[in-house]
Design a protein around this ligand. Structure first.
Ligand code: G6P
Length: 608
């Protein structure tokens, strides 16, 4: 959601800004713009729609000569996605240009105040107040003006600022929205995340909330909100440009699906040593562990569905009550959370606004917070007491795949680890579970290899407008993710139901030829699922079943079958979800959808 990039150096800024914005496309956006400081002041170009429009309008950047600039992809919150509302926004005298990610909550008061002082507003955005405040406070020192401006802002912001009177200088400011600084040789950068920078530098500085970075081609100085210089470490990013490119695949989503065996391997391998689960990053003492009487898992979107898998597995193995809560709900209820609660926060980006808010709420009530996060240095990683990184590498497609499966893998590891420490697993069962986890990478690869017929199945089912997913227990948790994948990238109406709920409403919608995807891998409840399949078949549904490899019974009812390899029943969701991701991918492809950038969706939802 909204991407920011900034450059200062000795080469033309515009092509670098455009390239950075392309890398940030995956975050979700509906307009884009850049501003470059040239010989005759700031030159700004904005375009609604895809970055390609901006590329064309600027002749690949050639129309904006100058070696200092800022750029932005906007995901509309306040005001429609028009050229006027696109960022950058400029002060009336065109001295200051700014880009912003986040929401300025007190913008209405500020706008009134600034209008009373004679400032003219051109857009409907909350952001424009920042450009005018900067103008109001600028007296020849950009840093001073930024500090004064941010002291007036309430809400969340990552800001990039350019001033016509300060050649070669850009300032970045961060509060509750992601922003990093890239450190190069004779040139420096800022960006919302490392994907925009990795082609240019692997050295980054993670900014903390309240900090500003004063950047020239030769220097980066970071200050706190009071203007005091801060000591910062330069971190080397572990992955390279190939990780942020398609590598021969038609879409990032397909590449990321295929990367899952490796991503899961990177996630689990360092955490299993000599047959033992070792979670060095989780510093809970025995005393603290005994003190925990409840585990709560919170997240949004697919991360929440991963958390729903975790709920079943952790509760089953640890015999501790486990709740999985949507962060957007948890943050506004009055939850029973205290120092006896372990809150597990799950997030690929580590920047999801609702997840951060729910986490802060529970932390304030005394909960111990363990985060399962993919992005190093993200807000959630910083706020948590402990972090288990998923090590999935960069995920670019908006619809998560390897992000989700690595989250599930970590939750499975966590379940086994906690159960062992709590004395709930005997040696034999523990060894069997660890062994099953060690096989996750090959299991997921087999789930891919077993189903070469998925494009054909997608051809058969892609034309239907409504699809239902059914499952029980862990199959239900997996069905929610399978249904979300299909819905978000192919725009089919798809809903997941706990199969036991079928008779409480959904069955009214089952009619001739209605596709039903029935997940029947959870063996303990296989017969129950078969009954549900019979019920929908009796009403004319076409059933695409998902069943364990070797299961022949399923053919008695199902029209089509996706087979998944066998594993420990508690870990079925991993091999089960992977063919469903592929099914969604091929359906979306058959429907001609923009798979990596589905309409209206954002990768990183940094506003509420
Ligand atoms: C967005 C993404 C989803 C993701 C969700 C939570 O909706 O499109 O793929 O599951 O946000 O994001 P997080 O980064 O917290 O896992």
């Amino acid at each position: 959601m909204c991407g920011i990039v900034g450059f200062t150096g000795n080469q033309n800024a515009a092509p670098i800004l455009l390239d950075g914005l392309k890398k940030l496309e995956y975050r979700g956006y509906d307009s884009a713009g850049i501003a470059v400081l040239g010989e005759e002041g700031i030159h700004m170009v904005k375009a609604s729609g895809r970055i390609q429009n901006l590329v064309e309008k600027t002749q690949d950047g050639a129309a904006l000569p100058g070696s200092t600039g800022i750029g932005h992809t906007r995901w509309a919150t306040h005001g429609e996605p028009t050229d006027v509302n696109a960022h950058p926004h400029m002060s009336n005298d065109e001295k200051i240009a700014i880009v912003h990610n986040g929401i300025i909550e007190n913008y209405a008061q500020l706008r009134e105040e600034l209008q009373a002082k004679g400032f003219q507003f051109k857009s409907d955005t909350d952001t424009e107040v920042v450009a005018h405040l900067m103008d109001l406070y600028y007296e020849g020192d950009l840093k001073k003006a930024v500090l004064k401006t941010i002291s007036r802002l309430e809400g969340a912001y990552a800001l990039g600022i350019l001033c016509a009177e300060e050649k070669g200088r850009i300032i970045a400011a961060r509060h509750a929205a992601p922003l990093i600084v890239g450190v190069g040789i004779g040139e420096n950068y800022f960006a919302s995340d490392v994907t925009a920078l990795v082609a240019y530098t692997k050295n980054v500085i993670y900014l903390e909330d309240g900090e500003i970075a004063d950047i020239t081609p030769e220097s980066v100085t970071v200050y706190d909100s009071l203007g005091k210089a801060q000591e910062k470490t330069v971190t080397r990013i572990a992955w390279d440009i190939a990780a942020a490119e398609k590598g021969g695949y038609d879409h990032f989503m397909l590449k990321e699906i295929m990367e899952q065996p490796n991503a899961i391997k990177s996630t689990i391998e360092p955490r299993i040593k000599d047959g033992e689960v070792v979670l060095d990053d989780f510093s809970l003492t025995d005393e603290e562990l005994k003190n925990i009487n409840k585990i709560m898992i919170t997240a949004c979107g697919s991360a929440y569905y991963a958390g729903s898998v975790g709920k079943y597995v952790i509760e089953d193995l640890c015999r501790i009550p486990v709740e999985a809560d949507l962060a957007s709900e948890l943050r506004y209820r009055n939850p029973l959370v205290d120092e006896h609660t372990l809150l597990v926060v799950v997030s690929q980006s580590g920047e999801t606004a609702d997840t951060i808010a729910a986490m802060k709420e529970c932390k304030a009530r005394g909960a111990r917070v363990l985060a399962i996060v993919n992005v190093v240095g993200s807000t959630i990683a910083k706020l948590a007491d402990d972090v288990l990184y998923t090590w999935a590498g960069p995920e670019i497609a908006v619809a998560t795949t390897k992000g989700y499966t690595t989250q599930v893998a970590v939750l499975d590891l966590l379940a086994v680890y906690l159960a062992r420490r709590l004395g709930r697993l005997d040696d034999q069962r523990y060894r069997a579970l660890v062994k099953a986890i060690e096989q996750f990478p090959s299991l997921v690869q087999r789930a891919i290899d077993l189903n070469p017929n998925l494009p054909a199945l997608a051809e058969k089912y892609h034309g239907y407008n409504d699809i239902f997913f059914l499952g029980r227990n862990l199959d239900y948790a997996a069905s929610m993710e399978g249904s979300l994948k299909l819905k978000e990238i192919s725009y089919l109406h798809s809903e997941a139901y706990a199969a036991g709920e079928l008779k409480h409403g959904t069955i009214a919608l089952i009619e001739k030829d209605r596709p039903v995807i029935a997940l029947a891998c959870y063996e303990r409840l296989f017969d129950k699922m078969m009954s549900n399949i019979k019920e929908v078949k009796a009403r004319g549904a076409q059933v695409l079943a998902v069943a364990l490899e070797g299961n022949r019974q399923i053919f008695a009812e199902a029209d089509d079958v996706i087979f998944v390899p066998q594993t420990e029943p508690l870990f079925n969701t991993l091999p089960e979800v992977v063919p469903l991701q592929l099914f969604a991918y091929y359906v979306a492809r058959a429907n001609g959808c923009d798979i990596d950038k589905p309409k209206n969706l954002a990768k990183s939802v940094t506003v509420e």
